[in-house]
Design a binder for this molecule. Structure first.
Ligand SMILES: Nc1nc(O)c(N)c(N[C@@H]2O[C@H](COP(=O)(O)O)[C@@H](O)[C@H]2O)n1
Ligand SMILES: [Zn+2]
Length: 400
């Protein structure tokens, strides 16, 4: 007998208000359960977990230092409540999902992509909320590496007689929160080095012209990537040469903090970064650098922070202290090389355009790392590649 849960489809797009964006007003269930039943409980669990990830993604770029979390409450095979964590300081995903489910949470199964918390932080423990609501089972995507939780939520639920299943769609859950996990484990933000280069490894022509290396599809993928990150870092050269906006160029999408690293603060008085207001801008410099420009920038609404010494590692430390999880390096080759050398880059995303510009002095994405022997080359791990429009995206992780 197939006693797997009935699968129903909930179209939530119509049920979220613009203002709260958080709760399912009234769960809408459609599709006859029998017509659309999945073959096994595992398939159903997997699908519900994917729904959690989908909900979690609604807060992309907005939750740091907290993780991206979505939760779904299922009763008698139907989704009766959904929620996601919108930003740090606000209730957790489980709370919104339980609120939406109301009394129907009693005896229900709750799916959540991260272990329910078990501590009093900015909000009370979700483990207690789930127990109080009388849920029968909790399906967890991954254990929370936060030492304040780290298995404690699961243990608390089990001690209260709640059945707990851990490890559904774990890889996808880990990937969604890779920056949060890195921040928790390494006490540093997760650095992503992104660049676009031609097939012959150039990021611009010999005279510095770089608009555009990649096609429109790749550029919109970069805009989505920006919307998912907390900050973007460039160096002074990028501001002087490219005069970029560094925004996510998407309606209602999150815009990351735009960070310029400039030790001597030899930056132009006019730049798109200072003139566009849709995203905040931070200039990191060294103590005492160019006080006149500092005054001008501050008047323009730019935040200027002087550090005793400005290096990629120091910049990352500063961003960690501000509660950031993910930082996108969109800088030139020299800064990229320093960032790699100082452990400020964990992931590389290289867009490769099938074109050739040549030029032995044309800039390349990563400057001198001081390597002379091929055996010193940094091998990327977990490499994946896919076609984006007419370009190719290769991504992988630097050994840590
Ligand atoms: N399971 C779960 N769901 C959420 O929606 C969450 N935001 C978390 N976060 C965990 O709790 C910590 C933050 O707690 P406060 O928001 O400060 O109360 C965070 O570090 C995660 O470990 N977990
Ligand atoms: Zn919680």
């Amino acid at each position: 007998m197939d006693n797997s849960p009935v699968v129903t489809q909930v179209d939530t797009s119509l049920n979220y208000t613009q203002e709260d964006g958080l709760r399912l007003r009234s769960p809408v269930v459609f599709d006859s359960p029998k017509q659309n039943s999945m073959s096994s409980e595992a398939d159903f669990d997997s699908r519900m977990m994917q729904r959690c990830l989908e909900l979690a993604r609604r807060a992309l770029g907005r939750t740091s230092p907290n993780p991206l979390v979505g939760a779904v409450v299922v009763k008698d095979g139907e989704i009766v409540g959904e929620g996601f964590h919108p930003r740090a300081g606000e209730p957790h995903a489980e709370v919104f999902a339980l609120r939406a489910a109301g009394d129907r949470a009693h005896g229900a199964t709750v799916y959540v992509n991260l272990e329910p918390c078990n501590h009093y932080g900015r909000t009370p423990p979700c483990s207690e909320g789930l127990i109080k609501a009388g849920v029968a089972k909790v399906v967890v995507g991954m254990v929370d590496p936060n030492p304040l939780v780290a298995g404690g939520g699961i243990a608390r639920l089990r001690a209260a007689g709640v059945e707990v299943l851990v490890g559904v769609e774990t890889e996808a859950c880990q990937q969604l929160n890779e920056a949060f996990v890195h921040r928790i484990l390494h006490k540093k933000p997760f650095g992503i080095l992104k660049y676009a280069m031609t097939l012959d490894g150039k990021i611009a022509t010999t005279v510095g012209h770089s608009a555009w290396v990649t096609n429109q599809a790749a550029r919109s993928e970069v805009h989505q990537l920006r919307a998912a990150c907390d900050a973007i870092i460039v160096g002074g050269n990028t501001v002087r040469q490219d005069n970029p906006f560094l925004t996510s160029h998407q309606v209602e999408a999150h815009n990351p903090l735009r960070v310029v690293m400039s030790r001597q603060l030899n930056l132009p008085e006019t730049a798109r970064l200072w003139e566009t207001q849709e995203a905040p801008t931070l200039v990191l410099t060294e103590v005492g650098a160019n006080p006149d420009l500092q005054t001008i920038l501050v008047k323009l609404g730019v935040e200027v922070v002087e550090l005793p010494t400005l290096t990629p590692a120091q910049a990352m430390m500063h961003l960690y202290e501000r509660g950031f999880c993910s930082v996108l390096w969109e800088c030139g080759g020299n800064l990229a090389a320093s960032a790699i050398a100082q452990g400020a880059v964990q992931k590389v995303m290289a867009f490769i355009a099938p074109k050739i510009i040549g030029g032995s002095h044309a800039p390349t994405p990563v400057g001198d790392l001081g390597f002379t022997n091929m055996t010193e080359a940094l091998p990327l791990e977990n490499v994946r590649w896919r076609v984006v429009g007419s370009d190719c995206l290769v991504e992988g992780y630097l050994p840590q």
